[in-house]
Structure formats: structure tokens, C-alpha cells
Design a protein around this ligand. Sequence first.
Ligand SMILES: NC(=O)C1=CN([C@@H]2O[C@H](COP(=O)(O)OP(=O)(O)OC[C@H]3O[C@@H](n4cnc5c(N)ncnc54)[C@H](O)[C@@H]3O)[C@@H](O)[C@H]2O)C=CC1
Ligand SMILES: O=C1O[C@H](COP(=O)(O)O)[C@@H](O)[C@H](O)[C@H]1O
Length: 262
Amino acid sequence: MDDPVLLTGAGGRVGQAILSRLADEYDWRLLDREPIPEERRHGVPESASIVADVTDEHAVADAVSGCGAVIHLAGDPRPDAPWDSVLANNIDGTQTVFSAAVDAGVEKVAFASSNHAVGAYETDERTPEMYRTDDEYRLDGTELPRPSNLYGVSKASGETLGRYYHDHADLDVVCVRIGNLTEGHPPREYERGQAMWLSHRDCARLFRCCLEADYGYEIVYGISDNDRKYYSIERAKEVLGYEPVDNSAEYTFKGEPKDDAA
Ligand SMILES: NC(=O)C1=CN([C@@H]2O[C@H](COP(=O)(O)OP(=O)(O)OC[C@H]3O[C@@H](n4cnc5c(N)ncnc54)[C@H](O)[C@@H]3O)[C@@H](O)[C@H]2O)C=CC1
Ligand SMILES: O=C1O[C@H](COP(=O)(O)O)[C@@H](O)[C@H](O)[C@H]1O
């Protein structure tokens, strides 16, 4: 991707996992409703850092003008977020970004969806076994959404908005159902979290693939190559060329590297 890339929500956790590793690889434009301090811009000049809300259609149109791709992360990430917040920040904001991307002639948008779009597949009958290494249950991205909560509903809505703009405006869209991003080690003493761990470096690797690969409309899971897993990463490997390097099995249940524990 030679054209500028707009990264919304750049100041947050996922944005930083990406930007801290890929700052030198792309001509970034950053957007966040909070000013991003210099140490979190990783060399991106202040002039390329826009303070705006993703529901502000004029600001988003300006931000995306001339970009070849968008990584859209901005939104309310709380699984217990109330409806008014996910309606504005996640649904309205995502529609604003997709629509502005189409108007600006952007080629592709990578949308941060979530495990919570499909959390209700984790039924009492399937858990906790599905979180364990010897269980073969897998979601692969072809299943219908079954949200855990209203936040998950907003993420499923974002995926559907992506489908709409792909079908009607030929925008290339990849929805990444991100698992649980933590830095340095998998979530501690949390089976579910260890099964859907996404390390910071795998997060950057995956979103780089989203910028470089050719696709039409895709839903993929964003996790590391954990031995414990109930999300397939085959589609991300096949279509995007994703090659994860981390695995929660390399850490103890308490989150210590097994090499150190030996
Ligand atoms: N961290 C995780 O493990 C996961 C995150 N996600 C999704 O990834 C995205 C990023 O999540 P995190 O980085 O963890 O959250 P975060 O809260 O650390 O970062 C979100 C960023 O977006 C900005 N933002 C929020 N609403 C905005 C708005 N209306 N306009 C402009 N900027 C806005 C915030 O200021 C913040 O810098 C979210 O869409 C979240 O739903 C999905 C699954 C897992
Ligand atoms: O979508 C998200 O999922 C992660 C993991 O969910 P959790 O229920 O195991 O905490 C969450 O940490 C993150 O805030 C959220 O945006």
C-alpha cells in the first residue's frame, strides 16, 4: 500500500500495537478523539494526527481524502458498554467511516470487529471444554453472528455495514474478529482469554496483511496461533497470508514464559 493509510482509534491499545511496529512501513494518517501525545505517534508528525470524532462526517471526509486504505479501530471497546454509546461510537461512527471511504475512492477498509460478535456460541454445554487444547470445536467466520452483549451487536452491525459497502460500492472490506489483545503475555489465569489471545506482534502482522492482501469481503479471526483455540485462523492464513508467531501455550496458566519457569 503506497497511498496514505488512515488509522482511526490510533491512540488506543490496538492502535498502538499496530503503529509501534509498522510506523515506518506506511504513510500514516492518525485519527482519534483524544490528542495523541508525541511518544504515541511513533514518528508520525503532529500534522498527520487529526483530533476528531468518527461520527463527524466532515472531519472524517477530510481525514480520509487521498488515502488508499483505512484501519478502523475507533469505538467503545467495553463489552458492557451501554446502547447509546455503541449506537453512536460503534454503529454511527463505523457507517460514517465506510461511507467517507467510498466517497474518497479508498481501496480497502480493515474493520476491528470482536469475539463478542459471536460470544453466544460459548454455551453452557460447550464451555469450558471448548477453551481447551483437545477440543476440536471451531468457529471459522462463516457462521452467523451470535452477540454476547450490545457491544457485540454493534460489532456485528459493523460487519454488515462492511458487507453493504462491499456489495454496493465495491469497497474491499476485511472484518477482523479480534480476540483478547494483551502485551507481553496472554491473559493471566483466564482460559477463555488464553484461547483467543492476540499478541501485540501478531496483531501488527495481521493488520499488515489486511493492508497488503487482495480480497473482496472477508471475516477472519484475529488471534495468535494458540494451542487452545476455538476460532479457526485458516481463512486469515489462506486469504491474507497471516503468519502468527505467538502461542499462549508457550506461557504458564499464570502468564509466565515457560522457558523462565523451567
Ligand atoms: N483490545 C481488545 O482486545 C479488542 C479490541 N477490539 C476492538 O478494537 C478497537 C480498538 O480497541 P482498543 O484499542 O482495545 O480500545 P481503546 O479504548 O484502547 O482505544 C480506542 C481508541 O478509540 C478512540 N475513540 C473511541 N471512540 C471514538 C470516537 N467516537 N471517535 C474517535 N475516536 C474514538 C479512543 O479515544 C481510543 O484512543 C475497538 O473497536 C474494539 O472494539 C475488539 C476485540 C478485542
Ligand atoms: O472486544 C473485546 O474483547 C476483549 C476480550 O473480551 P473479554 O470479555 O474476555 O474481556 C476485551 O478485553 C476488549 O475490551 C473488547 O474490546
